[in-house]
Ligand binder design. Sequence first.
Ligand code: NAP
Length: 252
Amino acid sequence: MILDKFRIDGKVAVVTGANTGLGQAMCVALAQAGAKVCGVARRSCAETQAMIEKDGFVFKEIIADLATTEKIPFILESVKEAFGRVDILVNNAGMILREDAENVTEEDWNRVISLNQNVVYFMCQAFGKEFIAQGSGKIVNIASMLSYQGGIRVPAYCASKSAVMGITKALANEWASKGVNVNAIAPGYMATNNTDNLRKDKDRSEAIIDRIPAGRWGTPEDMSGAVVFLCSQASDYVNGFTLAVDGGWLAR
Ligand code: NAP
């Protein structure tokens, strides 16, 4: 039956940036859909853990800083040690730095590119090897409206999120025939720490809401349906696609 294809019972899912925001909501959604969830974060995921365990679902935290690719082997080993296998990877951890383009330093550029682009690619590679070996796996990368648009005062973020969409297509082309689905979700303007400053600026916030056909900021829970779909059998023939969850922003 069709709804059974959206269930991911017994699957093991890894979500980065699991302590807050979109990552937290996606951990909860995947757990509710049946997965055992490993949340990766550089600080405690106690809040996420409580949200999941209160309903009797399974969550394990892995503390690792993803500023560089160094901790990737540790993350993979920790997941396998905890649950013996892995089926789903959601590359969600990301950062944004706002600065006039002419003043962006090389250090800040590299920080953003390292986390948002290099770590995403090499997480895909490390987990992709496992998925290829077992003949199945689902990867969901978190892109952005700035995978499509240029933005203002966020050139490194725009470059990295455009790369996320490119990486998603490139890997799908090589791995679709090996049973590995690589897709992305491009969130619109969502109410999280990432957009705290934007939302505090009354004029910017109103201008943004005016431009969103749905007429409101997105919530972390708005990611739930899309991530479960892309991590489930229901999306087995979806490859290399970036799904916007944006209240219609791109349609304008
Ligand atoms: P958020 O609340 O700032 O969450 C970002 C997550 O990434 C946090 O868990 C953060 O951990 C983690 N992270 C940052 N640097 C890290 C590092 N060095 N090592 C490990 N984890 C690190 O923002 P969010 O909105 O939920 O963002 C989640 C993803 O969605 C990001 O990739 C973001 O670019 C993307 N996105 C968000 C929006 C939006 O409107 N909110 C729109 C488009 C795309 P800490 O809490 O420790 O910093």
